[in-house]
Design a protein around this ligand. Structure first.
Ligand SMILES: [Zn+2]
Length: 249
């Protein structure tokens, strides 16, 4: 808690144990009971640190983290318990650790009814564009993931038309941008062929341009999700894009 307080981030995360998948029930139960006790201690210490006269960010928020592996009863029990502690928001942790996406969605469905309505919800470490759309449809507000940057470094690019593996031979003389519909600086200036050439030549600029495009796509994804929610068209947005954005363009 002191390290996070000194960093002065907007949000500090409470301690939790992310158990391995698949987990033993008895271990997962003891673990999420401990994660609950840790949250009580984190909350007390976080309040104390925020009240110090020389604290870096006295407005720093604290989020509690739901655990319970893939056991519905543990997930629901743990969420009900941590919701009693006055955190600024709550995260669902311990998912996207190798379980099928359907199991992850099922766990969000189990946990969500027990999350406070007026506080933000954060799904940790997720995910693909479709995972994010499905998370939002189940009531999640925000996400974090290495996917746009890590995939970008491997030449796997996200677009509204599907994914592009820029290393493929068929792009060797392709003068089009990664995506005609993308407004990012890479798509406005450079061709698929040039980006592929940079990858093939082991130029570090290739990684930079690919990550730039993917981060732009993820930001646009979140912008369009927010717009669809505001306009009441999220159901259509979901059926149009969920499950399709990972298909090959
Ligand atoms: Zn782009």
């Amino acid at each position: 808690m002191r390290i996070q307080s000194n960093l002065g981030s907007d949000i500090a995360m409470a301690f939790d144990e992310c158990v391995e998948n698949p987990a033993q029930y008895d271990y997962a139960k003891l673990s999420c009971e401990r994660t609950f006790r840790w949250l009580e201690r984190c909350k007390a210490e976080h309040d104390r640190l925020n009240s110090l006269p020389d604290t870096v960010n006295p407005g720093q928020m604290l989020f509690g983290i739901n655990q319970g592996a893939t056991f519905a009863d543990l997930r629901a029990w743990h969420m009900r318990e941590i919701a009693k502690i006055d955190c600024d928001g709550f995260a669902i942790g311990g998912l996207a650790v190798g379980e099928p996406a359907e199991v992850m969605y099922e766990m969000i469905d189990v946990v969500e009814p027990h999350m406070p309505k007026e506080k933000p919800r954060y799904l940790m470490g997720v995910g693909t564009p479709s995972n994010i759309i499905e998370g939002v449809s189940r009531g999640v507000d925000f996400f974090d993931c290495v996917m746009p940057s890590r995939n970008g470094r491997h030449g796997k690019l996200f677009t509204w038309e599907g994914t592009v593996n820029i290393l493929n031979e068929k792009y060797a003389a392709d003068d089009r941008p990664i995506s005609e519909s993308c407004g990012c600086p890479v798509c406005r200036r450079f061709s698929r062929a040039y980006l592929r050439h940079l990858f093939k030549a082991d130029e570090v600029l290739a990684l930079r341009l690919a990550v730039l495009h993917n981060l732009y796509f993820y930001n646009e994804l979140m912008t369009r999700i927010r717009q669809a929610l505001d306009e009441g068209t999220f159901v259509d947005f979901r059926s149009r894009y969920s499950g399709h954005l990972e298909e090959r363009a």
